[in-house]
Design a protein around this ligand. Sequence first.
Ligand code: GDP
Ligand code: MG
Ligand code: ZN
Length: 344
Amino acid sequence: MTEKTLFTALVTEEQREAYTVRLEGAEIPAVVTGKLQGEAAGRLDFPVVGDEVSVALHDGGRKAVIHAVLPRTSLLLRKAIGTGRDAQPLAANIGKVFIVMGLDGNYNIARLERLLVAAWDSGAAPVVALTKKDLCQEQELAEKLAAVAQAAPGVEVLCLSSVSGEGVEQVAAALAGGVRCCFLGSSGAGKSTLLNRLAGHEAAPTGAVREDDARGRHTTTSRHLYFLPNGGQVIDTPGIREFCVEYSGEGLETSFSDIHALSESCRFKNCSHVSEPGCAVLAALEAGTLAPDRLKSYNKLRRETERQELKTDAKKRLLAKRKLKSFGKMVRDISETKRKLRGG
Ligand SMILES: Nc1nc2c(ncn2[C@@H]2O[C@H](COP(=O)(O)OP(=O)(O)O)[C@@H](O)[C@H]2O)c(=O)[nH]1
Ligand SMILES: [Mg+2]
Ligand SMILES: [Zn+2]
């Protein structure tokens, strides 16, 4: 048997089970090996855009087969609400997550808070990019900026218009130096338009592109890694309609660092900030230093997280039970065989 030569390549596109990998400047269509597919326990074991993978080349280098996914430094996950399906990995090995939100009808603080938790959980640093500044009046802009600052404590906030070009420079600067980034935001936020502005040409399809088919189902839209002229790398994700927080203990704490800091002063360590005496969070609410909506968002996301954890625990228990069952069966099979061998 000849030893296969394996190369390390970068996954730049994912569309269903078809991938594109980049190797020495060439973009090559790729599939995963049957072995990788067979051994994968779930979606997280498959390659995702931004992954470094071991590939073997075929057809004189025109096709690649992915043998393994190399360890990830960060991973952005999405979980669709109520589907009961595994979390879906969106992007790997990213340094920053740009949460893109329009200052038009797309503006939604609750969604921003939700995306921030996912961003913190990914291991990458979040940045908020507010688009469509040209559509927002001065007074309205000031109010929205104040609300965003409150929802995203400690997070860099950029404000821009992809139409006039105002503020796009700051985004380019934040992307420079080869740090791999991901654009995250709901459909219509202006992600692809911003990307094209940064790329200097129509790299990604925008606006008119339907991400749902005629029956309103979500069709598969590929995720793609773009290389910008200034060396920046951006992964554009298709519109996200539902976004549920997954495994967000730490991300939730970081996203709501204001509430977390207050809770350190609550009398009870496991205070739920609902009616407990000596609750510092409720005191801040009373004093007007904490906005009621902010606490509402926090409680909602915390409940979601806890439900998620319960589900994960239940799944783990089930798997453990199955393992135990099959182990028991194996033991019985062995004793059966032994008995037969002994002639009993
Ligand atoms: N006025 C204005 N329109 C924008 C801006 N950015 C995006 N749009 C429009 O918003 C719509 C959605 O943009 P798109 O980039 O496709 O959003 P995506 O779904 O996040 O990729 C398109 O019609 C864009 O032309 C902006 O800065 N100003
Ligand atoms: Mg888009
Ligand atoms: Zn409390």
